[in-house]
Design a protein around this ligand. Structure first.
Ligand SMILES: Nc1nc2c(c(=O)[nH]1)N[C@H]1C(S)=C(S)[C@@H](COP(=O)(O)O)O[C@H]1N2
Ligand SMILES: [Mo]
Length: 438
């Protein structure tokens, strides 16, 4: 069960301000061409979201919340999670304690959640009817694909892929940065099933003018304004054509959960999680670097050069974060555990961005000496790799286990926060746990 800091469901919203609530409920863009339902039209269209027609909809007072909607608010989704820490509930942001990330394949109930806006109605209702994916822009043949089209026209593949928020580890920077105070738990490795982004783009015929993708989702901006996107990011066309990017329709063998992008999302592994658009409705190929919501300013960007902590960096000197750095977690024992003097088994996962993990080391003496851990083979590129080690704790007392992953270029995790940046991104410092040996 999950700790809730106070949920703000539709009931509360309707009690406070029925008109805004109506706008949020009926004005949500379930699809680009369905923007801004009028109230009357909304009542009829609402039937399709509930999954049945509403014979007496003309009698339904404006501002009255349909009971079926009330049962599918975001608070119910928070409760589906298992042991996660809620960083905010509007939008929903939840991270996973390290010891709950021990599985090779992260269960949906333990996968972190990073939302910039509100979960779209289609996801809350779990009914994908009417959903299509538009592929347009710098392509020879723009396409509009249903879920069936995706699975029938393209090879369906299943991959274990790490999704990590670019802001994971933000809480450790000093001076701190605004935004969700992620510690170590905005990362997971689920098994995603879908079709390759590359195959779909190739079928549309990417033109030589293509520079960048632009991803659009169905979620609602926190303001309720249907003209605003909560987030719309993209990747350079070269990265988009990498064969491990998926247009995913299943997570761990099940339809995508509402919080993770039902009915369809991108998974672009190795780059900040923000590239993996949830509730996907459109992929536009552009002839310029995409300038959608959270592409510009300081969002998902770091200074082009090292700066002293606290420096004010002009936006023009900020560059887009691309490949994520090498990183690891200790998932067992749980930090703070009591163990017996002697040998202790420790384990966890190691992952990285476009440069693969090459080695994993652990230390029990605050980094004075390091021992190699055993690294299991990677199930597929961009999955995290299991590491295991047996360490010796010679006498009773307090120990810390430090873990360090190293990538194929020789880049290693640093002992403290790496290059300070204004928004606190890409912190890949060592993970440390405490052990009490008796
Ligand atoms: N439509 C949409 N897609 C989105 C987001 C969002 O707010 N809306 N958040 C992004 C960010 S910042 C991250 S880190 C990942 C998180 O994916 P998860 O919630 O499935 O863990 O989704 C990305 N895709
Ligand atoms: Mo993110």
């Amino acid at each position: 069960m999950t700790h809730m800091k106070g949920e703000r469901g539709l009931h509360e919203l309707y009690a406070e301000d029925p008109q805004t609530a109506d706008r949020i409920v009926f004005g949500r863009k379930a699809h680009a061409d369905r923007r801004g339902f009028l109230r009357g039209a909304g009542l009829a269209a609402m039937g399709s979201l509930i999954g049945a027609s509403i014979p007496f909809h003309r009698n339904m007072p404006a501002g009255l919340i349909p009971v079926a909607f009330a049962q599918m608010d975001e608070g119910a989704l928070i409760a589906e999670k298992d042991g996660l820490v809620v960083l905010s509930d509007r939008p929903i942001n939840m991270e996973t304690p390290a010891h709950l990330l021990d599985d090779d394949v992260t269960p949906a109930a333990r996968h972190f959640v990073r939302n910039n806006g509100l979960v779209p109605d289609m996801a809350l209702a779990g009914n994908p009817s009417g959903w299509t994916l538009t592929v347009d822009g710098e392509v020879d043949s723009p396409m509009e694909l249903s879920l069936e089209d995706l699975e029938n026209q393209f090879e369906v593949v299943t991959l274990r892929l790490v999704v990590e928020c670019g802001g994971n580890g933000r809480a450790f920077y000093n001076p701190g940065a605004s935004g969700n105070q992620w510690t170590t738990g905005a990362v997971a490795c689920a098994e995603w099933t879908g079709v390759r982004l590359k195959d779909v783009l190739e079928a549309a015929g990417v033109r030589s003018s293509a520079v960048y993708t632009a991803h659009y989702g169905m979620d609602t901006h926190l303001s309720g304004d249907p003209e605003k996107d909560p987030i719309s990011r993209g990747v350079p066309i070269e990265k988009a054509m990498e064969p491990h990017n998926l247009i995913a329709v299943r997570m761990n063998g099940e339809p995508l959960p509402a919080l993770h992008g039902f009915p369809c999302r991108l998974v672009v592994p190795g780059w900040p999680g923000s590239c993996s658009q949830k509730w996907l409705r459109r992929i536009q190929v552009r002839d310029v670097v995409h300038d959608g919501a959270k592409m510009t300013g300081a969002s998902y960007r770091v200074p082009a050069y090292p700066v002293a902590p606290g420096t004010e960096v002009p936006d023009s000197d900020m560059v887009i974060i691309e490949s994520m750095p090498v990183k690891s977690l200790i998932t067992a024992p749980e930090s703070g555990a009591e163990v017996s003097v002697g040998s202790v088994d420790v384990r966890g996962h190691a992952w990285s961005g476009d440069t693969p993990v090459a080695a994993m080391e652990v230390s029990v003496d605050f980094g004075q000496t390091w021992a190699a851990a055993e690294l299991a083979p990677e199930p597929n590129p961009y999955a995290w790799r299991r590491w295991t080690a047996s360490v010796e704790l010679p006498i009773g007392g307090y120990y810390e286990i430090w873990a360090k992953a190293i990538d194929a270029n020789g880049a290693a995790q640093p002992p403290t926060t790496p290059g300070w940046n204004p928004k606190g991104y890409v912190n890949n410092m060592f993970h440390r746990i405490a052990l009490f040996a008796t």
